[in-house]
Design a protein around this ligand. Structure first.
Ligand code: HEM
Length: 460
């Protein structure tokens, strides 16, 4: 058997469904054609095979032969923002080299520094919320994750340049979530600068402003090196590849933007979903508070990180509505057998994280939010993959989970929150991530009696 079956409607209509509601499109296809199906988004472009079967996902994500490749060109929809040298838009040996340079700041000892940043920033942001005054929880979590990633990356969160950069990036990302921009991303011919009234042109000009600030920062650091700094930019500027070569300014700019974008919107959205579920389901909130309170005053971040129910709540949040619904694409380079199918070169393979997480056989009642499933059994990395897998697995996984857990613990231990309305919130494509389809309004009803919830000095 050659290609898996799939919808026969014209490619343009498939593209429209893919842009407007990829989750319902994938669900409809899976229902009709099964766990591996083919879609076509452009008339003459190669077919795209969508996979949610765990064995097939394993076969794809662990394939390090020359049959499959995870080429950065396939991610060129992100190039307008991230640049040509971003980890996300490069491939092969260049990708491996950059990954090696980028990984150390996201591992081991380094993570200890971030615990303090996360709890400090979270406390600062929530201190602005007043009892009885509703606020959008996603704006609150965005404020937290933006400041945290800015500080982790640059080691500066105060100061004019940092403030300007935060503001511009916030605007760029907000615009990037609009349906218009998403549509432009899929139709590159429309990505033109038609002058100041043009939407795409405006977006590009904001980006140039952000670039200018980043290059200024890099230049200043080169002129006044400070070996005591431990922020990610300093580590990257000092890093050398196997040939002893450091990163160029352009590479640094692209990787910094990549980390700011990938590390901000994703975790903010995941946190917003977590607050929604915790307050939508009183029994979840109660169990979580019991667990957090059991640590007493001034708990250690390492203890918080290991709490089983908190971990289960975060895992279930990333299962039910994963913020990244797809793995990055792989392309068949040599004929490749996938189960009963023989795939020709140029066929594109994409893992559907969303469909994999909604399999009835693995997650009974998949539409229900049930953290307990993560206490009752362990899932394989191909059944549960909110951070993707293989050569392109998310490098910020540990950072994101640390941030989610510490921000949740800090806020839930300090404030009593409520959802303003109990209506259902559905997932929707929002530019680069999948987030809530409407603002989730919350309100602080009172302070909890915990003065300094998290001890600042320990390891994670
Ligand atoms: C809840 C938060 C996050 C989620 C759900 C998430 C999810 C993902 C997913 C699904 C991928 C694609 C993996 C694949 O195709 O196999 C990815 C890649 C990536 N993520 Fe994350 N991510 C999160 C947070 C972060 C953070 C905090 C950072 C950095 C500070 C980050 C940086 C990256 C980068 C650089 C890549 C590209 C890796 C590569 O191409 O080699 N992410 N992420």
């Amino acid at each position: 058997m050659k290609l898996p079956n799939g919808p026969q409607i014209p490619a343009l209509l498939q593209m429209v469904r893919w842009i407007t509601n990829p989750m319902s499109f994938m669900e409809a296809c899976a229902k009709r054609y099964g766990e591996i199906f083919t879609i076509r988004l452009e008339k003459d472009s190669p077919p795209m095979v969508i996979v949610s079967n765990p064995q097939a996902l394993q076969q794809i994500l662990t394939n390090d032969t020359k049959e499959l490749e995870a080429p950065g060109e396939m991610n060129d929809v992100f190039e307008f923002l991230l640049g040509k040298h971003s980890l996300i838009t490069i491939s092969g040996a260049e990708h491996q080299r950059q990954r090696q340079l980028l990984m150390p700041p996201f591992h081991g000892e380094r993570m200890r520094n971030y615990s303090q940043v996360i709890t400090d920033v979270t406390q600062k942001v929530i201190s602005q919320y007043q009892i009885g005054k509703p606020f959008n929880i996603r704006s609150a979590t965005q404020a937290i994750t933006m400041r945290v990633i800015m500080q982790a990356v640059f080691g500066l969160h105060e100061g004019l340049r940092a403030e300007k950069l935060q503001q511009i990036l916030g605007e760029i990302l907000e615009k990037a979530s609009s349906r218009l921009i998403v549509t432009l991303l899929f139709f590159p011919a429309l990505q033109r600068d038609f002058g100041p009234i043009n939407f795409w042109g405006k977006q590009m000009r904001r980006q140039q402003e952000a670039d200018k600030l980043i290059y200024e920062e890099i230049r200043e650091r080169r002129e006044q090196p400070d070996s005591s700094r431990t922020d990610i930019l300093s580590l990257l500027m000092a890093a050398k590849d196997e040939a002893g070569q450091p990163m160029t300014d352009e590479e640094l700019r692209d990787e910094l933007i990549t980390l700011l974008v990938a590390g901000h919107e994703t975790t903010a959205t995941a946190l917003a979903w977590a607050f929604y579920w915790i307050h939508k389901l009183p029994s979840v909130r109660q169990k979580l508070l019991q667990e957090l309170d059991s640590l007493g005053n001034h708990p250690d971040p390492g203890m918080i990180f290991k709490l089983p129910y908190l971990n289960a709540v975060c895992s279930e949040t990333l299962r039910i509505y994963p913020v990244g619904i797809l793995t990055f694409p792989r392309v068949v380079r040599k004929p490749f057998s996938l189960g009963a199918y023989e795939l020709e070169p140029d066929t594109v393979l994409v893992g559907s994280i969303y469909l994999a997480h909604h399999r009835e056989d693995i997650y009974p009642e998949p539409k229900q939010f049930k953290p307990e499933r993560f206490l009752e059994r362990q899932f394989s990395p191909y059944e549960y993959l909110p951070f993707g897998g293989g050569a392109r697995r998310c490098i910020g996984l540990a950072f994101a989970l640390l941030e989610m857990k510490l921000a949740l613990a800090t806020i839930l231990s300090s404030l009593e929150l409520e959802l303003v309305d109990n209506g259902e919130v559905r997932p929707k494509r929002r530019g680069l991530v999948t987030g809530p389809d409407r603002p989730i309004q919350m309100v602080v009803t009172s302070q909890r009696q915990v003065k300094s919830p998290i001890l600042q000095t320990s390891t994670v």
